[in-house]
Design a protein around this ligand. Structure first.
Ligand code: AMP
Ligand code: TRP
Length: 328
């Protein structure tokens, strides 16, 4: 069985973008692949997090993984810090990563360009830790949204470099991004990604939003003045985003949906999109509440960490031996 690995960094409440771009794929794939899905808590603190909030977000993220249908019997679900090999290999790989490579990472470059103050070394070296997250497990595929592709490419470069210097050690993973829904945009500014750090509260739908609030955000979504429903990403990005959201959640394509709504008004389409989104949120939230009430999260994480650790410690031992870190 091919292996698939991905992580989510819950620096805030998970969003509809996370669900469409990442979470739902893990669930789809868990029958076909061996899925390893973890909560990247170390990645969260590359930017300061209020401890109480971070704890809640981590727990909610696990609950939402489960609520989305990830089955702990099939998938390995764990917290990054429960498997210390991630940080250990992350440090080692940082010694095989060039500054020039890290300087090219768009996520970091963007923050620098915006003139954000007090950017940390943790944030800068984050791609090395992400490479470790991946390479510890030799996955075949890493399903990520578009923004993370560059980090997976860097992971491949680091792996190839290590393999060449020593001997084949790491499998080179393929990034996997869906054709539809790899980049859901903000509802209030379709030129920006829908993100937890959206400056306008109306642009982002959170998975734990009250469905009535989510509906409101959709009804107020920024569109255009063409007055015609077409799936034209370039000219009508706001409308296309709405089509993409609804299409992803109902297994169709933005193009097919646009045809279905051709000749109708934007209001009608928005109502439909809101219905589709609210129905997904309702069922997700119902399962989320059940999971919290059943108190299963700690057991799931403990079992997941044990399974992950059995794979990770062997890889770290191999790497340490090859590098010459051990005296035996
Ligand atoms: P993050 O929230 O940055 O930790 O992202 C977790 C996963 O969700 C990554 O695979 C992202 O690429 C994906 N993701 C985050 N935001 C979006 C979005 N707006 N559209 C599609 N995928 C997203
Ligand atoms: N960096 C990813 C993000 O911000 C989260 C992440 C951490 C990840 N480690 C990973 C994703 C390993 C895939 C594989 O979304």
């Amino acid at each position: 069985m091919k292996r698939m690995l991905s992580g989510i960094k819950p620096t805030g409440s998970l969003t509809l973008g996370n669900y469409i771009g990442a979470l739902r794929h893990f669930v789809e794939y868990q029958d076909e692949y061996e899925v390893i899905a973890f909560i990247a808590n170390l990645h969260c603190i590359t930017v300061y997090q209020e401890p109480k909030e971070l704890r809640k977000n981590l727990k909610d993220a696990v609950a939402l993984y489960l609520a989305a249908g990830l089955d702990p019997q099939k998938a390995t679900i764990f917290l990054q810090t429960d498997v210390p090999e991630h940080a250990q290999l992350g440090y080692i790989l940082a010694c095989y990563t060039y500054l020039g490579e890290l300087n090219r990472m768009t996520q970091f470059k963007d923050k620098m360009a915006k003139g954000e103050q007090n950017l940390t070394a943790g944030l800068y070296s984050y791609p090395c830790l992400m490479a470790a997250d991946i390479l510890l497990y030799d996955p075949d595929y890493v399903p990520v949204g578009d923004d993370q592709k560059q980090h997976v490419e860097l992971t491949r470069d680091i792996a190839a470099r290590f393999n060449n210097k020593y001997s084949p050690t790491f499998k080179l993973p393929e990034p996997l991004s869906a054709k539809v829904g790899a980049r859901i945009m903000s509802l209030s500014d379709p030129s920006r990604k829908m993100s937890k750090s959206d400056p306008s509260n109306n642009g982002c739908i959170y998975l734990l939003d009250d469905p009535a609030v989510a509906k409101n955000k959709i009804m107020r979504a920024v569109t255009d003045s063409y007055g015609e429903i077409r799936a034209d990403k370039e000219k009508q990005p706001g409308l296309y985003n709405l089509l993409e959201i609804a299409a992803s959640l109902s297994d169709t394509t933005p193009e097919a949906l646009a045809l279905e709504f051709s000749g109708k008004g934007y209001g009608e389409l928005k109502k439909y999109v809101a219905e589709v989104v609210c129905s997904s949120l309702n069922s997700l939230q119902e399962r989320y509440r059940e999971i919290l009430a059943n108190n299963v999260i700690e057991d799931v994480l403990k079992e997941g960490a044990e399974k992950a650790h059995r794979i990770a410690y062997k890889k770290l031992a191999t790497v340490s031996r090859k590098v010459g870190l051990e005296i035996r």
